[in-house]
Write a protein that binds this ligand. Structure first.
Ligand code: M6R
Length: 604
C-alpha cells in the first residue's frame, strides 16, 4: 500500500517526483524517499513522515538529474524510519529500487543472499530486491535479464522501479498484483502507482499486466513478458483532467469529493438510463435466465454499496442476493457455480482481498462482473465484464463519491437485469425517473449543511456513537458508522434498529448519541419507536428522514428529499458523510489521511 513514481526525460526529476508523491500520499505516509541518477551516481534522500518532510529536506536540492524514482511508504516490514524508507540500494550501490507490495519469501531470500556475502541495513522485505538483481547481474551482465530472474524468485506482490548507472538511460519496471501505470510524454515518460500522480503531464497511459516488464527510456518504451520476449501493448487515452485531482477551493479532498457528488452521479448515470427507454449496458451478454443467485463481494465502503442495493436486485429481478466481505468470501468455500453471478465492487480496482475473491469465483466457473472506478485497474482485467462508475479520481482515504456512484450504478444494473429478464412495470419506470432526479436532490442537501455542522459541534467530544436503521437505512447506517470511525477515531456501531432490544440498548444511557436513519415509509414508524426507546433512556438523537415523523424529543432533525427507499442511501449518506467530516474537523484531525489507513489496500 505504498505509492511509487518515476520520471525519465529532460526536466529536473525532483519536482515531478515530489508532485507525484504528494498525490500518492493517500497510499501511505510513514516515510518518503527519492533516488536520482546523475553522473553515474545514485543519489538518495529520505525523510521519515510525510512527503512535506522530504520536500523540505536540505539535501534534496543536491539531486539534480533527470532520471529518478520515488516512494511514499505505508510501513509493513519494519518501523517507519530512514533505514526502512525506500529507495533501497544493493550492497554495491549499483541498483536502486522502489517497491509497492509485499515479498512473502523475503526471509528465505535474505538468508540465501547472506550466504553469498550480502548484508542488509533495513528490516524491510524490499531490500532483498536490489541485492537479488545485483546477484543475477554478476553472472548475466544484463540488467533486464537480472531483473527478470530476480522477480521470478519473488513470492507475493510487487510493483517495482529500478534504476542503475549500468543502464543510465532507462528505468526498468515490473509488476505482479500491485498497480503500475506508465504515462507517455514527448521526449519524457512517467511511471506511477496510479493515474492522478502524473495526470498533470499526460493523459496517455500504458497499463502493465502481471508478470510483464518494461524498459522505459525517455523516447521509447519496450515491453516484455517474463521470459523477456517482446510484447506489444495498447496505449489508452484517459478522460480525467488534472483539475479533477486537485483540491481547488476546498479545504480538504474529502469535502471536495462530498460536494462533487451530484455531478459525478450525473456522469455515472450518463446515457445508460433514459426515461421510457430500456437501460443499456454495452457488452454485457449474461444469460440471466441461467442465473439463480447473485453474490456481491467487496470490502469496506464498496461492500456497503452492495448491502444498500441488494434490495433492488431482489425486488426487481427476483434473484436472491448475498453480500459478503471479500476477505471472508475468499476463505469460506462459497457455494457458487456457473449459475451464480458474482459482482465485485471496488473504487480502486486494486484491493487485494477483492482480487483474490474474484479469482476464486472465476475458477469456480461463475460469471464475474466488476463495478470499478479506476480505468484499467487489475480487477477490470480479470473480471468477465466491467462497468465503470464515473466518480473521477477519489483522493481522500475515506470513500464518499465512489460510494454514491456505486449505489447508483448498481441500481441501474438491477433495472437492466430486470428488463433483460422481461420484467416491466409502472414502478420500474418511476424508479428510472427517480434515479434521474437524484443529482438535483443531492444538491438540495449540500446547499444547507448548517444543522449537521452544529450537531457535530455538540457531540464531537463523545467517546461512542450509535447508528440505527432498517433495510436500506441499516445499510447506510453501517456506512455512516464506518466514515465516523475512519476519520474521527470515535468508536461507533451500526445496528439494525430492530436488534437494539436484543442487546445493544444496554449501552444507552444519559447523553449517549444515537443517529437514526428513517426513509422507508413502511418502516418509519418502527424505527421511530426504536428511537423513542433510546430517548426514554436519555439518548441525544439525530434523525435523517424524508417521512412524516411523530413529535418526539429529537435534538437534530435532518430533512432530506423524498425518494424510493431503494435509492435513499444516495441521499441519506450525505448528511452522514458531512457529520463525520465536521466532527473530524472539530477534533482538528487530518480528514484526508486518517491514521493507520491507506486508500488502496493492495495487501492482505
Ligand atoms: O478501492 P476499494 O473500493 O476496493 O476499497 C475498499 C475499501 O478498502 C474502502 O472502501 C475503505 O473501506 C475506505 N477507506 C472506506 O472509506
Amino acid at each position: 500500500m505504498c505509492g511509487i513514481v518515476g520520471y525519465i526525460g529532460t526536466k529536473k526529476a525532483v519536482p515531478v517526483l515530489i508532485k507525484g508523491l504528494l498525490s500518492l500520499e493517500y497510499r501511505g505516509y510513514d516515510s518518503a524517499g527519492i533516488c536520482v541518477l546523475n553522473n553515474d551516481i545514485l543519489n538518495v534522500v529520505k525523510s521519515k513522515g510525510r512527503v512535506k518532510n522530504l520536500e523540505s529536506n536540505p539535501e534534496l536540492p543536491n539531486l539534480t538529474g533527470s532520471i529518478g524514482i520515488a516512494h511514499t511508504r505505508w510501513a509493513t516490514h519494519g518501523i517507519p524510519s530512514n533505514e526502512n524508507s525506500h529507495p533501497h540500494l544493493d550492497n554495491s550501490k549499483e541498483f536502486a529500487v522502489v517497491h509497492n507490495g509485499i515479498i512473502e519469501n523475503y526471509t528465505e531470500l535474505r538468508k540465501m543472499l547472506e550466504k553469498e556475502g550480502y548484508t542488509f541495513i533495513s528490516q524491510t522485505d524490499t531490500e532483498v530486491i536490489p541485492n537479488l538483481i545485483s546477484y543475477y547481474y554478476k553472472t548475466e551482465k544484463d540488467i533486464l535479464k537480472a531483473v527478470s530472474l530476480a522477480i521470478k524468485d519473488l513470492k507475493g506482490s510487487y510493483a517495482i522501479e529500478v534504476i542503475s548507472p549500468l543502464l543510465p538511460d532507462s528505468i526498468i519496471v515490473a509488476r505482479k498484483d500491485s498497480p503500475l501505470v506508465i504515462g507517455v510524454g514527448k521526449g519524457e515518460n512517467y511511471v506511477a502507482s496510479d493515474i492522478p500522480a502524473v495526470l498533470n503531464y499526460t493523459t496517455k497511459f500504458y497499463f502493465l499486466e502481471d508478470n510483464e516488464i518494461a524498459k522505459i527510456d525517455k523516447d521509447k518504451i519496450s515491453f516484455y513478458n517474463n521470459s523477456l520476449q517482446p510484447i506489444q501493448k495498447e496505449i489508452k487515452d484517459i478522460e480525467w483532467d488534472a483539475a479533477s485531482s486537485e483540491k481547488g477551493v476546498f479545504a480538504d479532498y474529502m469535502l471536495k469529493e462530498i460536494f462533487e457528488q451530484p455531478q459525478v452521479v450525473m456522469e455515472t448515470i450518463g446515457s445508460r438510463l433514459k426515461p421510457n427507454e430500456k437501460c443499456y449496458f454495452e457488452d454485457i451478454d449474461i444469460d440471466l435466465k441461467d442465473i439463480n443467485k447473485i453474490f456481491v463481494v467487496a470490502c469496506g465502503t464498496a461492500m456497503h454499496a452492495g448491502l444498500a442495493t441488494k434490495y433492488t436486485f431482489e425486488h426487481f429481478c427476483k434473484i436472491p442476493v448475498e453480500v459478503d466481505m471479500a476477505s471472508e468470501f475468499r476463505y469460506r468455500n462459497p457455494l457458487i457455480d456457473e449459475h451464480t453471478l458474482c459482482i465485485f465492487i471496488s473504487q480502486s480496482g486494486e484491493t487485494a482481498d477483492t482480487i483474490a475473491a474474484l479469482k476464486l469465483a472465476k475458477n469456480a466457473g461463475s460469471k464475474t462482473l466488476a463495478v470499478v472506478n479506476v480505468i484499467g485497474s487489475s480487477i477490470t482485467r480479470i473480471a468477465d465484464y466491467t462497468i465503470y462508475t464515473h466518480a473521477g479520481p477519489e483522493i481522500a482515504v475515506a470513500s464518499t463519491k465512489a460510494y454514491t456512484c456505486q449505489v447508483v450504478l448498481l441500481n441501474i444494473l438491477a433495472i437492466y437485469f430486470a428488463e433483460s429478464l422481461g420484467y416491466s412495470s409502472k414502478e420500474l419506470e418511476n424508479f428510472k425517473t427517480e434515479i434521474l432526479e437524484l443529482p438535483s436532490k443531492m444538491k438540495i442537501i449540500l446547499d444547507d449543511t448548517k444543522l449537521i455542522e452544529d450537531f457535530a459541534k455538540e457531540v464531537y467530544t463523545q467517546p461512542d456513537l450509535y447508528f440505527i436503521g432498517r433495510n436500506t437505512d441499516y445499510a447506510v447506517s453501517m456506512e455512516g458508522s464506518l466514515k465516523l470511525k475512519e476519520i474521527s477515531y470515535i468508536h461507533s456501531e451500526a445496528y439494525a434498529a430492530g436488534e437494539l432490544k436484543h442487546g445493544p440498548i444496554a449501552l444507552i444511557e444519559d447523553g449517549v448519541t444515537v443517529i437514526g436513519v428513517a426513509t422507508n415509509p413502511n418502516l418509519v414508524e418502527k424505527t421511530m419507536s426504536n428511537l423513542e426507546e433510546v430517548i426514554t433512556r436519555g439518548a441525544n438523537v439525530m434523525v435523517i428522514t424524508n417521512q412524516d415523523i411523530p413529535n418526539m424529543k429529537i435534538n437534530c432533525n435532518i430533512r432530506i428529499p423524498k425518494c424510493s427507499s431503494m435509492l435513499s442511501p444516495v441521499l441519506s449518506v450525505i448528511p452522514l458523510q458531512l457529520f463525520a467530516y465536521y466532527i473530524a474537523k472539530d477534533k482538528n484531525l487530518d480528514v484526508d489521511k486518517p491514521r493507520n489507513l491507506a486508500k488502496s489496500v493492495t495487501v492482505e
